[in-house]
Design a protein around this ligand. Structure first.
Ligand code: ADP
Ligand code: GLC
Length: 518
C-alpha cells in the first residue's frame, strides 16, 4: 500500500510540475501607469501566469500619480556615483477584487518608490522632452528589482524583463544577483517595440556598473553609444516578441531599426508569442464603461454603446447619424500607427459615408490634423486628444469599424479588443495584425476584418471602401462581427506558451536550475 501511494505521488509530480517563481520588470503596469500596450501585457501576463499556478512578482516604478502602499522592503544602491535609496511598496494589481484564498496565485506587484527618479509629470518625458536621466531611471529599476530579489530566501527561476527599460536586467541578474536568489535564474527579454531602443551616451557604461569589455558590436554598443535594447537582446537567455509575424519581421532591415543583425544573430533564442487580452478589463458582457452589456449571442447592447459614444462626442443624434457607420481609432498619434497615411488622404476619407470618432495623443501635427478635421466637419468627426480609458472602451464598444493602418505593429491590442467588441477591424497586413485579423470572404462567410498591404493611402482607402460597402449587408456584417467575437485571444493560451519556454530554458541551463524546481 505505501509503495502504491509513493508511485502515484511520483506520477502526479511528473504531470504537474511545481510552479515557477518569476520576477518581472516593466516600466508600465496597468492599473498603475500606462502609455500603451506594454502596460496591459505587464499586468495581464502575470495574472494569467498566476492562474496557471506560477508565483510572479512584478517590479515597476511608482510614478507621481500612483498611490502609495505598505512598504515591503528598502533598497539602497550606488549607481552613477550617487546612492539611491528607495522603497518597494505592495500594491494590489486588481483592486476591488477579493483575494483568492487557496485559488490561483495572484501576482505580487512591488512599486519602486524613489521620488527623485520617478516623481515627475510624465513617465518617459515631459513638455521639455525625454528626461535626461532616463538611463539611470531605468537602469535603477532593473538593479533595484534584482538587488531585492537576490535577498529573498526562495530562489527565482526566471527574471523576465520588458522592452529597453528592462534591458539591463539580464546583465544585472548575472552581476548583482550572482550569489543571491536570482543567481540561478534564467533571463528572458521581451521586445514589445524594437523602434524604441534606449540609446545613451557611452559615458553611462561605467556609471551604470557595466563593463567596457561588453561595449562591442555584439554586445551593447550601438554606433558608439550604449543601447539598453541591445543589452537585453544580447545578454538574455531567451528573447520573445509579441507576435509570430513580428518575430520574423524584425530579422529584416525594413523592420529592424538597425538591430535586425543583432536579432538574426540570436534567432535560435527568439520566439514570437501573441499577446492575449485581459478578460477582466476588456469584456463587452461586463464592461462598466458601456451603457449595456452585449456578447456574440445578443448584440443589442452595441446599439446603446453607439448612441452613448455619439452623445459623448457631442453629436446631435438623428436617425441618419445612427444608421451611418462609425470608424473609430484609439491610438498613439505617431507615424508607427499610420497617421501619415491618414494625413495623405484626408479629403478622400471625409468623402466616405462614415462618422469618425478618434481618441489619441501624440505628435502635435497629427493632433492638430484631427482637431482641424473636426472643426471643418463637426457633423462627421469627433476627436478627443488625450488619454482616457472610458472613451477608449466606448469607442471599442460603440464604433462599427476600427482603423489601424500601422506602418509596423509588433502585436497591437486594439484590433483584438475591437474583435471582442464586435467592431470590425480595418488594418494593414503587418506584424500582429496579420496574426489576428483574417480577411473576410463574403462567399464563405469566413474571416473577421479587412486588410491591405501597401503602405499607401490608396490601399488604405480601398480597404475602408470594401468594409463600408459590406456594412449595409446586415447578414454579412453580423457574421463578420460574430466571427471576431468568437475568436479566442485569451491570455491562458499565450501564458502557457511562456511557461513552455521558461521550462525549456530551465532544462537548457541545468547548471542554473535549483534541483527543487525541476
Ligand atoms: P501601442 O502599445 O503600440 O500603443 P497597442 O495596441 O498594443 O499599441 O496598445 C495600446 C493600448 O493603449 C490599448 O490598451 C489602447 O486602448 C490604449 N490607448 C492608446 N491610446 C489611448 C488613449 N488616448 N486613451 C486611452 N487608451 C489609449
Ligand atoms: C508595443 C507595440 C504594440 C504591442 C504592445 C504590447 O507598444 O507597439 O504593437 O501590442 O507593445 O506588446
Amino acid at each position: 500500500m505505501p509503495q502504491r501511494t509513493g508511485k502515484a505521488l511520483a506520477t502526479a509530480k511528473r504531470t504537474t510540475p511545481k510552479g515557477l517563481r518569476i520576477l518581472m520588470i516593466a516600466s508600465e503596469v496597468q492599473p498603475f501607469s500606462k502609455t500603451g500596450g506594454l502596460a496591459d501585457v505587464a499586468s495581464a501576463l502575470p495574472k494569467a501566469l498566476g492562474q496557471l499556478g506560477h508565483d510572479v512578482t512584478v517590479v515597476t516604478p511608482r510614478y507621481r500619480v500612483v498611490t502609495d502602499g505598505p512598504v515591503a522592503a528598502d533598497v539602497s544602491i550606488e549607481i552613477a556615483a550617487h546612492r539611491f535609496r528607495a522603497r518597494l511598496m505592495e500594491a494590489p494589481i486588481d483592486p476591488g477584487r477579493p483575494a483568492d484564498a487557496g485559488g490561483p496565485r495572484r501576482p505580487r506587484v512591488l512599486l519602486l518608490d524613489c521620488p527623485e527618479l520617478y516623481g515627475r509629470d510624465g513617465i518617459y518625458y515631459d513638455a521639455h522632452g525625454d528626461f535626461a536621466d532616463n538611463a539611470v531611471r531605468f537602469g535603477f529599476l532593473s538593479a533595484a528589482a534584482i538587488d531585492w530579489a537576490s535577498t529573498q530566501s526562495e530562489p527565482f527561476d526566471i527574471v523576465h524583463a520588458h522592452d529597453w527599460q528592462g534591458g539591463l536586467a539580464p546583465i544585472y541578474a548575472r552581476t548583482l544577483g550572482t550569489r543571491g536568489a536570482t543567481g540561478t535564474a534564467a533571463t528572458v527579454f521581451t521586445i514589445h517595440n524594437l523602434a524604441y531602443q534606449g540609446v545613451f551616451d557611452k559615458s553611462w557604461v561605467p556609471r551604470l556598473g557595466l563593463r567596457w569589455h561588453d561595449f562591442t558590436i555584439d554586445r551593447f554598443e550601438f554606433f558608439d553609444r550604449l543601447s539598453f535594447m541591445k543589452a537585453g537582446l544580447t545578454a538574455s537567455d531567451a528573447i520573445t516578441t509579441v507576435s509570430p509575424t513580428y518575430a520574423k519581421e524584425i530579422q529584416r532591415p525594413e523592420y529592424g531599426h538597425g538591430l535586425d543583425g543583432a536579432v538574426r544573430a540570436r534567432a535560435d533564442r527568439l520566439v514570437g508569442i501573441l499577446n492575449g487580452i485581459d478578460p477582466d478589463e476588456w469584456n463587452p458582457a461586463a464592461d462598466p464603461h458601456l451603457p449595456a452589456p452585449f456578447d456574440a449571442h445578443d448584440l443589442r447592447g452595441k446599439a446603446a454603446a453607439k448612441r452613448a459614444l455619439l452623445e459623448l462626442f457631442g453629436f446631435t443624434i438623428t436617425g441618419d447619424l445612427l444608421a451611418r457607420p462609425i470608424v473609430g481609432m484609439v491610438s498613439r498619434m505617431v507615424d508607427q500607427k499610420g497617421l501619415d497615411l491618414i494625413a495623405g488622404a484626408t479629403s478622400e476619407l471625409m468623402a466616405l459615408n462614415a462618422t469618425w470618432v478618434i481618441v489619441g495623443t501624440g505628435e502635435a501635427r497629427y493632433q492638430d490634423m484631427w482637431r482641424s478635421l473636426s472643426h471643418r466637419h463637426p457633423d462627421r468627426v469627433g476627436v478627443f486628444v488625450g488619454f482616457d480609458e472610458r472613451r477608449a472602451h466606448l469607442v471599442e464598444g460603440g464604433a462599427d469599424l476600427f482603423l489601424m493602418p500601422s506602418r509596423f505593429e509588433p502585436c497591437g491590442l486594439n484590433q483584438m479588443y475591437s474583435l471582442r467588441y464586435g467592431t470590425v477591424p480595418v488594418v494593414r497586413a503587418v506584424g500582429g495584425l496579420v496574426d489576428t485579423v483574417k480577411p473576410f470572404n463574403a462567399e464563405t462567410g469566413q474571416g473577421n476584418g479587412f486588410l491591405f498591404s501597401d503602405y499607401h493611402p490608396g490601399a488604405m482607402l480601398h480597404a475602408l471602401k470594401r468594409a463600408l460597402a459590406t456594412y449595409p449587408n446586415r447578414t454579412a456584417w453580423v457574421r463578420l462581427q460574430k466571427n471576431g467575437m468568437k475568436a479566442d485571444f485569451s491570455w491562458g493560451r499565450s501564458a502557457a506558451e511562456y511557461v513552455k519556454m521558461y521550462r525549456q530554458l530551465r532544462r537548457r541551463n541545468p547548471g542554473r536550475a535549483p534541483a527543487s524546481k525541476q
